[in-house]
Write a protein that binds this ligand. Structure first.
Ligand code: GLC
Length: 543
């Protein structure tokens, strides 16, 4: 790793609710995560990003925070958080926490006070409270849609001033997630304090939730049309990617002057990777997720294009490119690649599982061969598919319910992990799991795959191990494309290393560039200097 550890770090995302359950209540927790840290160390990742574990009514799986300085009792205590950080550090792992500054829970004390004190309360200026339009204020203040479906405004049910003067409040997500008003100095001060609270506790960085959403266009102008935006959309909207957000992150970056080696990662949905680069200018954040990469089909020319545009966008600002294939908001890549291109990121059909897994493994080796930092989502190292057939009654994604079951299938990638072949929840815990696991998951468990040559888990372990050992992998800001790559094959070199990716279904013969380090599907015989690259396969070579 380079001295700036994050430049080439592989960061593993833990969704705390679904990783490991230490107390048998069916929900994962911090002691559960702590007990599995040696597994993550052995896997070979550098850092662990935890989705929110703060006090929360869980209206949106913890992205609705009611107390930013407390651990939710379902997940443990502050002491458990301290112990987790200490153990991680002892094992050489960094811990990144999620921070949710765009909105709080409606149960947050500020919001509760704002509701109770009525329209004239100064507490209301910490959120976006406005009178409605129409004669009796019966229409929302503007036409914005919530990203989870329905209007982005809810009228205060029992405003003390009486129904006629009842105000509306803004929530870009669920009604239980009121948006903070970042024009308020108290909001700024509060978040600076929260950052320091966790930094003092030893956290190594933050992933900033909805980093592009904090500042809204002046006057909150209406958009003028319906079908505005889905969670993963990227049109320009008056509530997203406004230039004002950058001043906030400059201030946040200055806090880190007191805390060396800590980082910020932006979850920023922007119209282009060039706009994403604005978030990682030298005086702002360290990394921004590359959702364009996540969204790219399994197609050589599309992949080459997005790799080039990502590297080109980051080079001028000196930030590492990042690469991600799965997270807690999108259908797992083993299932995305099992479905026809263009199926999107909220998929409810299993598709061709064998093909999906084969491509997922190839896609992972491609991702881990690119310069910069890569994100791995829990369970992808087991080749888990999305659970596409969860019964509607067990689904908890608020966007599923707000979109009347037509969207928001995020529960499918949040099903608790299988650790062992058998047991009430395949080793997740002793008391079942909050979402049902498919019966086939015992055979996908960590236990079933450990030590089995060719298993997806061993493929990840080998790849991460090689990534640490081969100097050509990891950091850097460029790849050299091989000009004579056959159609449908991506072929690039970096410092003593080559990566070849056959995105077609058929084998393709190539002149072997060196010694095979790793292949995503089986062994690869090289005869007389040539090799047949199997279909949907990535091979790493030492030159
Ligand atoms: C981010 C999170 C997502 C959450 C939303 C609202 O996009 O990744 O899970 O629902 O923000 O906080």
């Amino acid at each position: 790793m380079s001295t700036e550890w994050w430049r080439d770090a592989v960061i593993y995302q833990v969704y705390p609710r679904s990783f490991a359950d230490s107390d048998g209540d069916g929900t994962g927790d911090l002691p559960g995560i702590r007990s599995r840290l040696p597994y993550l160390r052995d896997l070979g990742v550098d850092a662990v990003w935890l989705s929110p574990f703060y006090a929360s009514p869980q209206a949106d799986g913890g992205y609705d925070v009611s107390d930013y300085r407390a651990v939710d009792p379902r997940y443990g205590t502050l002491d458990d958080a301290r112990a987790l950080i200490t153990s991680a550090h002892e094992l050489g792992l960094k811990i990144i926490a999620d921070i949710v500054p765009n909105h709080s829970s409606d149960q947050h004390v500020w919001f509760q006070q704002a509701l109770a004190e009525g329209p004239d309360s100064p507490m209301r200026s910490r959120y976006h409270f406005l009178p409605g339009r129409g004669e009796n204020g019966e229409e929302p203040p503007n036409d914005w849609d919530s990203i989870f479906g329905g209007p982005a405004w809810t009228r205060v049910p029992d405003d003390p001033e009486g129904r006629e003067n009842a105000q509306w409040y803004l929530h870009l997500f669920a009604p239980e997630q009121p948006d903070f008003n970042w024009n308020s100095p108290e909001v700024h001060a509060e978040f600076l304090d929260i950052l320091r609270f966790w930094l003092d506790l030893g956290i190594d960085g933050f992933r900033i939730d909805v980093a592009h959403g904090l500042v809204k266009a002046e006057g909150l102008p209406s958009i003028g049309h319906a079908e505005q935006l889905h969670l993963l959309g990227n049109d320009v909207m008056p509530f997203f990617d406004q230039d004002g957000v950058h001043e906030i992150y400059r201030t946040w970056r200055r806090v880190l002057a007191d805390y060396p080696d800590r980082i910020f990662v932006a979850e920023a949905w922007t119209p282009t990777v060039a706009r994403s680069a604005n978030y990682v200018r030298p005086d702002e954040l360290h990394q921004a997720f590359n959702f364009e990469y996540l969204d790219t089909a399994w197609d050589a020319s599309a992949l080459r294009k997005v790799i080039d545009s990502s590297l080109d966008a980051m080079r001028p600002v000196g930030a590492p490119a990042t690469w991600v294939l799965s997270n807690h908001d999108v259908t797992r890549h083993a299932t995305r690649f099992a479905n026809p291109p263009g199926s999107g990121t909220q998929i409810r059909t299993p598709g061709d599982r064998e093909l999906g897994l084969r491509r997922a493994r190839a896609a992972t080796l491609l991702m881990l061969a690119l310069p910069g930092s890569a994100y791995v989502y829990q369970g992808e190292e087991l080749g888990l598919p999305d659970v596409t057939d969860l019964p509607d009654e067990v689904r908890q994604d608020p966007s599923f319910h707000r979109a009347s079951g037509q969207d928001g299938f995020r529960d499918g990638c949040r099903v608790p992990l299988p650790w062992t072949r058998s047991g009430s929840s395949y080793g997740f815990g002793d008391g079942g799991s909050w979402l049902p696991q498919p019966s086939s998951w015992g055979e996908l468990s960590v236990e079933a795959q450990t030590g089995i040559s060719g298993s997806t888990l061993e493929l990840y372990r080998s790849a991460l191990n090689i990534r640490r050992e081969v100097p050509g992998l990891g950091a850097g800001d460029a790849v050299t494309w091989h000009d004579e790559a056959p159609a449908g094959v991506l072929w690039f070199e970096r410092d003593g290393f080559a990566c070849t990716v056959n995105t077609t279904k058929e084998p393709v013969r190539i002149a072997a560039p060196g010694r095979v380090l790793l292949s995503s599907s089986g062994t690869l015989p090289v005869t007389d200097g040539s090799a047949d690259l199997p279909g949907d396969t990535t091979v790493w070579w030492e030159l």
